[in-house]
Design a binder for this molecule. Structure first.
Ligand code: 3BY
Ligand code: FES
Ligand code: FE
Length: 421
């Protein structure tokens, strides 16, 4: 008799066995998407021990600005201190544990706990605690710190004591790609949260392929080339892919000469801090991911010699993707809420001096990804409903259009296997 708490349609299962027998090239066994125990393992080992994307520098533009994010059962506080440095703390008072900041964002001078007013500075030091007596040593009660890295304006945290060291390589590779878009010089034009009724790995798998784009994303495919998403030629598409690759090579040469690194880097399954990037041409005018492919904001992010710089895409394991264009940036954070509920937080960034209604119309800027997110949400929710059925079996990934899905699944299985014996 197994003592394992994981069950698949009444049959007990063991996570180590499920990891060991995962069939390469296939989607995962159902309990990876449906079981509470796997979800707990995901939060402990994947979200608890890897670098995860949580926000952008413009979330905290000024000293004293903070933003909160919930990672499983861990409330986290991200704050810019008086010296301008961005720090992350556990949003947990060292007195009796109350959350310090309940709001999603705000601005403070010090961090004052609402319960008994223990007061911390923005470096996390306890400054003040009433009635604690002469022997009380405030220096023993500073806030718990969380590792934070700012990669050219994108904020990543790691909840492990010793974070994966290869994140340095991600940061060093990505900084020259992202820097020309000057994230620190942007503001958040809009943030939209959606909650998908599906497992976070279905959200990520869906993001890693464009097999579904032609049939589901009429707005996105106005500007996005179907061949742009890790597409390998099939016998039928060979000629089209060759032509696309030739165009990419030509644009890359031009963009590189403008100081815009463009070449593909794919480390999705070959690093602990897996990532991929590429600057990809956009269709028609080539300017932006909009309904007419033209810039949605007239104030560009920087003085690009040419507005048609396509879109720099950046994907990270386990929980983000980003598109940097000449006029705006769209950035996506995935945060698991439960085995069958996932938060997708989308932010649209524009130059900080751009004026809404003058330089950009927000509905025009958000139209493509608003529609695309709604379509993707439905795809994820339908997948989740199907995967729960006893009729579900892991199905084969396309070797042409789902290679990046396979890399996500391989990365996930390998990372979890490092911890579950
Ligand atoms: O562009 C993206 O980020 C992907 C491509 C397919 C759908 N989507 C979420
Ligand atoms: Fe924060 Fe008491 S719990 S001051
Ligand atoms: Fe999609």
């Amino acid at each position: 008799m197994s003592s394992s708490p994981i069950h698949l349609h009444g049959k007990p299962l063991n996570l180590a066995d499920m990891l060991a027998r995962r069939q390469q090239g296939y989607s995962l066994e159902a309990p990876f998407y449906t079981s509470r125990e796997v979800f707990d393992a995901d939060m402990e080992h994947i979200f608890g021990k890897h670098w995860i994307y949580v926000g952008v520098e413009p979330d905290v533009p000024e000293p004293g600005d903070y933003v909160t994010v919930q990672v499983g059962e861990k409330p986290i506080l991200i704050v810019r201190d008086d010296d301008g440095e961005i720090r992350a703390f556990h949003n947990v008072c060292r007195h009796r544990g109350s959350r310090l900041c309940a709001d999603e964002r705000g601005a403070v001078g010090n961090l004052v706990c609402p319960y008994h007013q223990w007061t911390y500075n923005l470096q996390g030091q306890l400054l003040f605690a009433e009635h604690m007596g002469a022997d009380f040593d405030p220096s023993k009660h500073r806030l718990g710190t969380v590792h934070l890295k700012n990669v050219a304006g994108l904020l990543f945290i790691c909840l492990a004591d010793e974070p994966p060291a290869d994140f340095e390589e991600l940061a060093a590779t990505m900084t020259p790609y992202i820097a020309p878009h000057q994230v620190a010089n942007t503001k958040i034009a809009k943030q939209i949260d959606i909650i998908e009724q599906g497992n976070w790995k279905l959200t990520m798998e869906n993001n890693r392929e464009c097999y579904h784009c032609t049939g589901n994303h009429p707005e996105l495919t106005i500007s996005l080339y179907a061949y742009s998403y890790g597409f390998a030629p099939t016998p039928e598409t060979d000629e089209g892919v060759r032509r696309y690759d030739a165009m990419v090579a030509e644009r890359h040469a031009k963009w590189e000469s403008m100081g815009l690194p463009s070449a593909e880097v794919d480390r999705l399954d070959s690093m602990i801090s897996g990532f991929r990037t590429q600057r990809m041409p956009l269709d028609k005018t080539g300017e932006s991911q909009t309904l007419n492919t033209r810039r949605a904001c007239n104030r560009l992010l920087a003085n690009f010699e040419d507005g048609a710089i396509g879109g720099l895409s950046f994907w990270t394991q386990p929980n983000s993707w980003h598109h940097f264009m000449g006029d705006h940036i769209v950035t996506f954070m995935v945060m698991p809420l439960d085995q069958d509920r996932t938060l997708v937080r989308t932010k649209w960034l524009v130059h900080k001096d751009a004026v809404e209604g003058v330089d950009y119309q927000i509905d025009n800027m958000t139209a493509v990804w608003d529609a695309t997110n709604a379509q993707d949400r439905r795809l994820v929710e339908e997948s989740h409903l199907g995967v729960k059925s006893p009729a579900y079996r892991p199905g084969p990934y396309s070797p042409y259009t789902e290679t990046l899905v396979e890399k996500f699944s391989n990365w996930y299985i390998n990372r979890l296997s490092a911890y579950i014996k």
